[in-house]
Design a protein around this ligand. Sequence first.
Ligand code: NIG
Ligand code: FE
Length: 388
Amino acid sequence: MTALLLTGIGELTTNVAEPDDVCGTRHDAAVLVRDGVIAWVGPTRDAPEVDAPVVDVGGRAVVPGFVDSHTHLVFAGDRSVEFAARMAGSPYAAGGIRTTVAATRAAADDVLRDRLAALIAECRAQGTTTLEIKTGYGLDVATETRLARLAREATDEVTFLGAHVVAPEFAGRADDYVDLVTGDMLAAVAPFARWVDVFCEEGAFSPAQSRRVLEAGRAAGLGIRVHGNQLGPGGGVALAVAMGAAAVDHCTYLSDDDVTALAASDTVATLLPGVEFSTRQPYPDARRLLDAGVTVALASDCNPGSSFTSSMPLMIALAVREMGMTVAEAVWAATAGGARALRRDDVGVIAPGRRADLVLLDAPSRVHLAYRPGVPLVRRVWKDGVEV
Ligand code: NIG
Ligand code: FE
């Protein structure tokens, strides 16, 4: 049995909601971890006597490990030239995805694995303890399967995104490509995946094509999630809600009907402000969604095209500064909200029985995550009770 007692936590974000405090904040708190799970939470003065290492954190803040529910971390190549061109005035185009597809197809497994490991280390160092990883830079059966297998070595939250864009070999034949995605490609990838996803957007897949992909994924036993309403208004959100998707991600351009539908559903709206930061698009209006009663998550969308950052603290800072969220709402969205988006209740909350995924900040409160943007405040990270 391994155990660990953290004491002297100046501000503990438990996410066990109380009236007027979605973050379930406790002061002068202690947390006992046993066998990778939270065993006890309470005031430091009541901490149990245990035969375990004690870490006095000296009044610093502890938050749940970040749950990054949307990443594209398995890829090769670099698109910094495209980014620089955007910053000089070129618009973002989803077609850039094909540049990464070419580099990824040409890369050996070891190259992809090493790159993935480096990115995961980057995520961990910034406090992310649960990661979803998508395929989507292969777009043929062999490469999509390779990407799913590599992602599965790193996380249980693997998402099949064969329907990212139409593969170059299928240019002008989108429906034929959807046949491949829903046929041989899905059959090969499904054993490694928990989720199916589709980029439902003009220039990628229509709502009808997207529905085919999601229905086939669901029939293969996968949960469903959607990329929608990123580059303009469209049918992605409506489709996600109609199909009971766990989450619809981006949600930058929403109609009033989209917001009403989301509010009446169990579908989480996952906002990805790294994309708007890196593409100079307008940020999604989180305030409008929250005021309507929609459950909002924040994720990095880490990928080489539209958002090459793995930093959940940056997402929190952007959401607070640019999207109308309070700090408490943003921290909740980056932890418990991400867990909801993955339909998980074992992470995102610091309470007995949950996984001991903890982030110690070099700061007295979670406010510093937004108040001190760009500063590396993550001091120590435990995943399943083990320091990473
Ligand atoms: O989530 N929206 C579609 N896919 C990615 C972008 C991928 C890329 O540009 O390489 C996204 O933003
Ligand atoms: Fe994405």
